[in-house]
Write a protein that binds this ligand. Structure first.
Ligand code: ADP
Length: 211
């Protein structure tokens, strides 16, 4: 995903491409603006990696930034190449066991499956905390009582893009998506084959930018 530049930022980039290295003061003069006005734009361009700045030299264009921008494109990466292993429990498991699993596996979300091994629900950390308040018998309480259940689960398929996965995470205000293979589309029966979390997306982004 590349940052959309404003008209002024594009002008600055053009000036630096042609005349760099160039000081902030000189750029400001060319645009008939004050340095203070330009400061936020220069900061954005530098942070985005389009420009580099060296003290006493000025701003210069970073040709690598174009390659980075095309490489770091979530819409070109597929879920199947980034998915992590899903942590799954039976929906008959107790809330106590789910809490233990969350710690043992070091994850934030568990997926539950039914007797056929198909996706039944999602349990997040907050679901478990909520269940723990006022319930003193967590060993007797099945996770199926507290989980978010089908058909309300937001899922992602292996051939969808990381951008689509990231959008689902953000639009639904959730931390993780089960990656599923359809067993029966009409009856919404899914096998869980992985997970995509906000960490997966962040890690993918870092990997793409570090190339
Ligand atoms: P936390 O509860 O730790 O903040 P989430 O933000 O992921 O974690 O979960 C918020 C709520 O959304 C929880 O009730 C959880 O069961 C539910 N949830 C989590 N992931 C999904 C998903 N993929 N589809 C539907 N609901 C989900």
């Amino acid at each position: 995903m590349s940052i959309k530049l404003s008209k002024r930022q594009q002008e600055i980039l053009q000036i630096v491409k042609e005349d760099g290295p160039i000081t902030g003061k000189q750029i400001a003069e060319k645009l008939s603006l004050t340095r203070a006005t330009l400061r936020p734009d220069l900061a954005i361009l530098t942070m985005a990696g389009s420009l580099d700045a060296k003290p006493r030299v000025g701003y210069f264009y970073n040709p690598q930034s174009e390659t980075k921008k095309t490489t770091a494109n979530l819409s070109k990466q597929l879920v199947k190449h980034y998915k992590a292993h899903p942590i799954v429990v039976q929906k008959s498991a107790s809330v106590y066991d789910a809490i233990v699993q969350i710690f043992l596996e070091d994850v934030g979300t568990l997926y539950t499956v039914d007797e056929e091994g198909l996706l039944a629900g999602v349990i997040s950390r907050k679901d478990l905390l909520r269940a723990a308040i006022g319930n003193n018998n967590l060993e007797e309480l099945p996770v199926s009582v507290i989980m978010t259940r089908m058909p309300n689960i937001v899922t992602v398929q292996p051939d969808e893009t990381l951008l689509e996965a990231a959008q689902k995470l953000i639009h639904n205000h959730i931390d993780s998506l089960p990656v599923v293979r359809e067993v029966d589309k009409e009856q919404k029966k899914y096998e869980v084959i992985g997970r995509i979390t906000k960490t997966t997306i962040t890690r993918a982004y870092i990997e793409m930018l570090e190339i």
